[in-house]
Write a protein that binds this ligand. Structure first.
Ligand SMILES: *Cc1c(COP(=O)(O)O)cnc(C)c1O
Length: 385
């Protein structure tokens, strides 16, 4: 394998063994008939889609799910021949491209089928019918709509209905009422579906939260996203800890400059930080263009196994920290991940930004190379520049 290379001092480490561990943990909790689709949309939540897809399939995932047709085609071009579902909207005029690549698309509109039905297909199009049971995003909401779609699908033999699915809006929350409402709507729509469509189709309803908390659901497979990457979908699920997870994503850099400043000296744009005493200040070559956004000012990083605060404004490509002592240039700095006993988790960064952990790996831009580890060894590098 030829490893891509890079010349900067900041990188994301993606532990593919952790991803495989998390899949195995879920598999042990699920009914043995229930499979796993690895959700690798958005470049595998910022981890690297092709490498994560290979690792997930090797760990026993049955298929892959993405949000966009482009993401699915990228996986096909990488030689991946596992089933792939596009969970978002695909333009009807692109249905032929999806069919040619044997990529399943999500359908929920009669007019979509009519428009796609005018195209000429050389292969049948795999379709997953989406039911909106309360997420309010995309999907069929009524029996009448479903009947019209299904009767159209019966007439046109180039549409092949593979599965029926839905998505829960509150599977990760404390209160169960709304989840129960969605299940009730699902059951109603599903019983009508079975009456209209006697042939067998697969069913998948669960995301990470639903699959871990309610593993007895009758899914043919679950759509495993955030927790495959080792993060719990919410603080509620983290407290319940239905399965053990290992985070796959960590972010590292190095000190590239270290200096001792006199009292009263300023740091960075706007001169918002002033040294109180003599202080050791380190410079780190990572900034908001890498996704380490300005609102992370005040957050800690790890150096020598200790927390050290970011001081002054974060710049586009660099930021400064206050060090407890002098350190040599090249000393490792960890922004997300562990050093010794200390850990800065994606959850902590999310709390600082008043957002959810899902956003954290997604926001580290592809200017930061990804280094892929398996069993502690580097097996691949992705440098997007
Ligand atoms: C993103 C997504 C998932 C994965 O959700 P997680 O909470 O990350 O497990 C599942 N289903 C759909 C429809 C999605 O859009």
């Amino acid at each position: 394998m030829s490893l891509d290379t890079f010349y900067r001092d900041s990188f994301v480490e993606v532990d593919l063994s952790a991803i495989q561990y998390n899949i195995h943990q879920l598999q042990q909790r699920l009914d043995e008939k229930t499979g796993v689709y690895a959700v690798v949309k958005a470049d595998a939540y910022g981890h690297g889609d092709i490498q994560v897809a290979h690792a997930a399939l090797e760990a026993g995932a049955e298929g892959l799910a993405v949000a966009l047709l482009d993401e699915a085609i990228k996986l096909r071009h990488a030689g991946i021949d596992a089933p792939i579902l596009v969970m978002g909207w695909t333009r009807p005029k692109d249905a032929v491209v999806a069919a040619e690549h044997e990529i399943a698309v999500t359908v929920f509109q009669e007019e979509w089928l009519k428009e796609a039905g005018l195209l000429s297909f050389s292969k049948s199009l795999k379709v997953h019918l989406k039911l909106d049971t309360g997420m309010g995003r995309i999907g069929v909401r009524s029996v009448a709509e479903m009947e019209r779609i299904l009767s159209y699908m019966k007439e046109e033999n180039f549409f092949s209905l593979e599965a029926l699915f839905t998505h829960f809006a509150t599977a990760d929350e404390e209160g169960l009422d709304y989840f129960a409402t969605q299940e009730k709507r699902w059951n109603e729509l599903f019983s009508h579906f079975k009456r209209i469509w006697p042939e067998n189709v697969e069913v998948h309803t669960s995301n990470s939260a639903a699959s871990m908390r309610y593993p007895g659901r009758l899914d043919h497979y679950v759509r495993f996203g955030i927790s495959m990457y080792g993060l719990y979908p919410s603080s509620v699920v983290k407290k319940e800890r239905p399965i053990d997870l290992q985070p796959a994503f960590s972010l590292h850099s190095q000190l590239i400059h270290v200096k001792r400043l006199e009292p009263g000296e300023s740091i960075s744009y706007g001169a918002t930080y002033r040294t109180g005493n003599h202080e050791w200040i380190g410079t780190i070559p990572l900034g908001y263009a890498d996704g380490w956004i300005r609102r992370l000012q005040g957050m800690d990083v790890l150096v020598d196994g200790k927390r050290q605060p970011i001081v002054g404004r974060i710049c586009m490509d660099q930021f400064m920290i206050r060090l407890d002592q002098e350190y040599p240039i090249g000393t490792k700095v960890t922004l997300i991940g562990k050093q010794g006993e200390q850990e800065i988790s994606a959850d902590e960064v999310a709390d600082q930004l008043e957002t959810i952990n899902y956003e954290i790996p997604c926001m580290i831009s592809n200017r930061v190379p990804r280094v892929f580890l398996k069993d502690g060894k580097t097996i691949d590098i992705k440098n997007s520049l």
